[in-house]
Write a protein that binds this ligand. Structure first.
Ligand SMILES: [Zn+2]
Length: 76
């Protein structure tokens, strides 16, 4: 298993049923109730209690990218 992110900005996860890559954004992962695989229609629900730590990390990533947007909008 190679977890390198060499595809650039592409984020998402692999469907556990068919192995199709489900493309999703950090924001979507944080706020959506679940993700549906467009290939086999499997609905993945996000267990927010069990993955609380992962959610916190994602939240930080989202905050950081928002701050970056702000920083690039307000030039001094
Ligand atoms: Zn699938």
């Amino acid at each position: 298993m190679n977890q390198t992110n060499q595809q650039g900005q592409k984020s998402g996860l692999k469907c556990p049923q068919c192995g199709n890559f489900i493309e999703t954004s950090v924001t979507e992962l944080l706020h959506a109730q679940g993700l549906r695989c467009s290939h086999c229609n499997l609905l993945l629900t996000i267990n927010r209690h069990e993955s609380r730590q992962a959610m916190e990390i994602l939240q930080k990533v989202e905050d950081a990218s928002k701050n970056l947007e702000k920083a690039s909008t307000f030039k001094r």
